[in-house]
Write a protein that binds this ligand. Structure first.
Ligand SMILES: [Zn+2]
Length: 315
């Protein structure tokens, strides 16, 4: 079964702990390493560039460029085992390389300048999480007390992203920012790592109205493995807890829009037996036990393939 993972922070971790991690070493401690991706049978991995809020505003672009350099130097250039996905997904089953997509988690690195957007596009970035939890030049994030929405620059950015064939990731956005993005009809939308608020009332999760809005826009909802977003006030969160989110999104009509975004290497708590990319095998086993294989295949890969093939091939 093919597998797409829509979000991990391994580039951030490699930047934060320089020279500590060798992506291709078998003993590597990262949640997402080459061997763990192979063991978990992952076909496509989205690599996010995350800039922690403590980095000064003037240094954010540089930090993003450093993480992209790590991606090229330590992941792509070290072997011919990974392939950068810029256009369509890998469709040739004989191509054994793992696909890698680049995304920004927070548009802070753009410094409010569309020139920077285009440069990141030229470097291979195809998806932008508009904010992390706080405000930036584009919009407010979910932890921002004032809860404002998209800025004028944010609107210009989304129009330019649309021209280029880029995807807007709404995970982490404030409620107002979310609806401001949805009000722009042409924007291609994913929530790369967010769960259902009805199932687990955490503010990082999506309400039923938000989930339905993403569905009606033919976007993607990437269910994520961070225990506080999966089950509230539970000490040992299990894979079975994640199934409740799947059932709920499907009950809202989202079966063709559901994917997974692990958030591996960006989280310090884990679901039991779902602690790194190799353990995706456990998730696959549980999914195949409870659901028809044709459904699991959609959530695992086909939904993502259809969405990204349509959007990325726009240009
Ligand atoms: Zn995140």
């Amino acid at each position: 079964m093919r597998w797409f993972d829509g979000h991990c922070d391994v580039l951030y971790r490699m930047w934060k702990e320089p020279n500590k991690h060798q992506f291709y070493h078998e003993e590597c401690e990262l949640d997402v390493s080459y061997h763990k991706l192979m063991a978990g049978k992952v076909d496509i991995q989205v690599f996010a560039v995350f800039i922690p809020p403590k980095v000064a505003v003037r240094n954010r672009r540089e930090v993003a460029l450093k993480q992209i350099d790590l991606f090229y130097q330590n992941i792509l250039a070290k072997s011919n085992k990974m392939k950068l996905i810029k256009g369509s997904f890998i469709t040739d089953r004989n191509d054994k390389r793992i696909g890698a997509m680049l995304a920004l988690e927070g548009a802070d690195a753009l410094e409010g300048d569309l020139l920077n957007l285009r440069i990141f596009y030229y470097l291979g970035v195809r998806q932008i999480g508009l904010t992390w939890n706080y405000a930036n030049e584009v919009a407010d994030g979910i932890e921002e007390m004032r809860g404002a929405g998209l800025t004028e620059f944010g609107k210009r950015l989304l129009r330019e992203m649309n021209k280029l064939g880029m995807v807007a990731d709404i995970s982490h956005l404030s409620v107002q920012s979310f609806w401001d993005v949805l009000a722009m009809p042409q924007v291609e939308i994913v929530a790369s790592h967010s769960n259902s608020f009805t199932v687990c009332p955490h503010k990082r999760n999506l309400t039923d109205e938000q989930i339905k809005a993403i569905i009606s826009r033919k976007g993607l909802i990437g269910l994520t493995f961070y225990p506080p977003f999966v089950a509230m006030k539970k000490q040992h969160v299990m894979i079975s807890d994640l199934l409740r989110h799947i059932d709920h999104v499907c009950a809202l009509g989202g079966g063709d829009h559901l994917v997974f975004g692990s958030d591996f290497d960006g989280i310090d708590q884990k679901i039991n037996l779902l602690e790194n990319a190799s353990q995706l095998l456990h998730l696959k086993e549980v999914l195949c036990k409870y659901y028809e294989k044709s459904l699991v295949e959609k959530w695992a890969y086909t939904n993502a393939n259809q969405f990204y093939s349509r959007v990325l091939a726009k240009l």
